[in-house]
Design a protein around this ligand. Structure first.
Ligand code: ZN
Ligand code: ZN
Length: 144
């Protein structure tokens, strides 16, 4: 069970069950959407996700055709994203979690897009685009 919230704290969520494995994605979309060097997002079935949004501040932005990014329109925090083609799987922005999450990233993906100022250290495998599925399955993403 996990809990999470946006920066202003008005949007909260609860997750029953486990989140999928995840990686650090350095693609341009993840950099822009996170405002940082990479995204860190894990998938789960929407039926395991309970959203509390008493002011109705959650908005969705379609960043590319069929890709919806849900965020708090009061503080701007990204909360989750999903594809129209697989609406039952959402991908939580892990920075919004308030409870401990003990999985570790499996890979760096889309390193070919990484910011010029970012230095990647450590032993995690790095891939120019998607990680192979035997290393990381990115539930609810466009991973081929
Ligand atoms: Zn907020
Ligand atoms: Zn990405």
């Amino acid at each position: 069970m996990h809990k999470g919230s946006c920066l202003c704290g008005h949007i909260n969520y609860r997750i029953e069950g486990e989140l999928s494995n995840f990686g650090y994605c350095h693609c341009t979309s993840c950099r822009k959407a996170s405002g940082s060097s990479h995204g860190a997002n894990a998938g789960l079935h929407r039926s395991k996700f309970e959203l509390m949004d008493p002011h109705g501040w959650l908005r969705e932005y379609e960043s590319s055709p069929g890709k919806l990014r849900a965020f708090c329109s009061n503080c701007g925090s990204p909360v989750y994203a999903y594809l129209n083609s697989t609406p039952d799987i959402i991908r939580i922005r892990l920075g919004s979690l308030d409870t401990p999450f003990t999985k570790h990233a499996k890979a760096h993906t889309f390193v070919s897009d990484k910011a010029s100022w970012e230095v990647i250290d450590g032993d995690l495998p790095q891939f120019d685009e998607w990680a192979p599925r035997d290393i990381l399955i990115q539930t609810g993403s466009r991973q081929p």
